[in-house]
Structures are given as C-alpha cells and as structure tokens.
Design a protein around this ligand. Structure first.
Ligand SMILES: [Zn+2]
Length: 265
C-alpha cells in the first residue's frame, strides 16, 4: 500500500524520517509519492526521493506562485527532462498544480487582485507540459471545480490524474471520474461531519479512489498530534472498508491497483 500524496521531504520530518518510514513499512505502507510544490523545493525533494527510493512528482503549487512565470516554467521543463533520464527514484507525475479560488480571494483582499489570473496561466502552462510529456497530474482544486473541469477538458491528457484532497459532492466526483480523473481521499473522511465525502466514498466505484494523507497537513480530527503522517492512511482505508462493507484486504488491493495503474510506479 502506498500513500499517494505526502510531503515527507518537508523539514518537519527531518528529525525522524528514517524512523517514520520504518514504522510505515512495519504497517504495510511501502512508501509515498512526494509531490513537487516549487522550484526551490525540487532539489531537496529529489534528494529525499533518491535516498528512500520514493516516487515523486514535479510541479508548482498555486500557493507558491513564482515571481517569474516564464523562468519557473522553463525550470520545470528542464527538471522534467532531466528527471526522465536520470537514474534513481522515479518521476511519476506533474504536480501538485492547480487552482485555489479561496487563496485568490484572500490575496485579492490583501491587494493582489491578479492572483487568480496568474494561477490560471501557471496552471495552463503545466497542463501543456503534462500533454507534451504524457504524464498524469496531481491536482489541487479548491472552490473551482467547474472551471477546473473546463480547463482539464481543453488538453489531451489520456493518462488523467488525481484531484487530490477531494472534498466535493457526489455529482462533482462523478463528473471527474467520467472525464478520466480519480479522487484522492484523505483524513477528512475520518471527520464525522464530512457527510459529502462519505457519500462520495459510498457511491463512486472503488476504482475511482486513491488514498492519501497530504502529510504534514490535513491532520485528521481523530489525531491528537499536530503533524499528520502517512500512517493515517491505515485509518482512512479502514473507514473506506467500513463504508463499502468490504474487508480491509479487498479495499487495500483495489486501491493499490488504482495507484499503480495511474502512476505506473
Ligand atoms: Zn499537498
């Protein structure tokens, strides 16, 4: 089993990364996919990915808008080119990239009204790269599902990708799934208030789902530690099994198959 989205390269894991990965393996979690967030982060990401043999993605997150878009996209192109031909850990996707309307609203309130347009341009440039390199995508989408579906439909992306940290409705989940996109289910599912997400897990085919934690963020309400870790996927998988009335083994098998199919890691 794999955590399909965890930022284990972040400094908050520096003091106990070895121990955490050993603990994950003891629990049958072979590793995690490390998503890229900004050009400044990629060197550390690559180093950690190589050291621990973890699959990784390269991309620019909408919270980390670069000062020069052209410069950042050229850097991404070079990093993708280089990673595809390098030995060591495997590049499995472009991301995380996407759109965040909530962030754009906050930035507009702080005097940066152009944030949204800038996000859109940066995202489109990354979609173009996914099309060119035929790589799947790890997508961050907050309060923007309509426009996200429109954007994704504009490009030839047969490998699809995952809408990570999904929290939308069944209707939106179905639209993504029918357009070739999977949904990343994380620790929010452990929150009894998350009724929409429970309905998604109950009603969508299991083939549409991936498990993820977004560690160190998205700590579930059930945890008393501030930092989230990939160990949370054990509880997420157990909850999916309970909601689907299947065994944990059956759910684990299908979810692992989904991740391998999508990312070919
Ligand atoms: Zn993330």
């Amino acid at each position: 089993m794999l955590d399909s989205h965890a930022h284990l390269d972040f400094a908050v894991f520096d003091h106990d990364r070895d121990a955490l990965l050993a603990q994950m393996r003891q629990h049958g979690i072979s590793g995690c996919i490390l998503p890229g967030v900004s050009p400044a982060q990629w060197p550390m990401l690559r180093a950690i990915a190589n050291q621990y043999h973890l699959p990784f993605a390269l991309g620019i997150h909408p919270w980390y808008l670069p000062e020069s878009l052209d410069y950042a996209i050229t850097a991404l192109e070079q990093a993708l080119e280089q990673a595809q031909h390098a030995d060591g850990a495997k590049l499995v996707a472009i991301g995380e990239c996407g759109l965040d309307k909530l962030r754009a609203k906050r930035m507009a309130e702080q005097g940066e009204p152009q944030h949204w347009t800038y996000q859109l341009t940066l995202f489109e440039r990354q979609l173009q790269l996914a099309e060119r390199y035929q790589l799947p995508l790890i997508i961050h989408a907050v309060q923007c599902h309509g426009i996200m579906l429109e954007q994704l439909a504009k490009y030839d992306l047969p490998r699809g990708g995952v809408i990570h940290g999904f929290s939308g409705s069944v209707a939106i989940a179905q639209q993504y799934w029918h357009s070739g996109w999977r949904l990343g289910i994380g620790g929010l599912l452990l929150n009894p208030q998350a009724k929409k997400l429970r309905a998604v897990v109950e009603q969508l085919p299991l083939a549409a789902l991936l498990v993820e934690t977004d560690a160190p963020d998205m700590t579930p309400v059930t945890s008393d530690e501030p930092r989230n870790t990939p160990l949370t996927i054990l509880a997420v998988v157990a909850e999916i099994a309970r909601l689907r009335k299947l065994s944990v083994v059956q759910v684990t098998e299908q979810l692992s198959k989904n991740a391998v199919q999508l990312f070919d890691y």
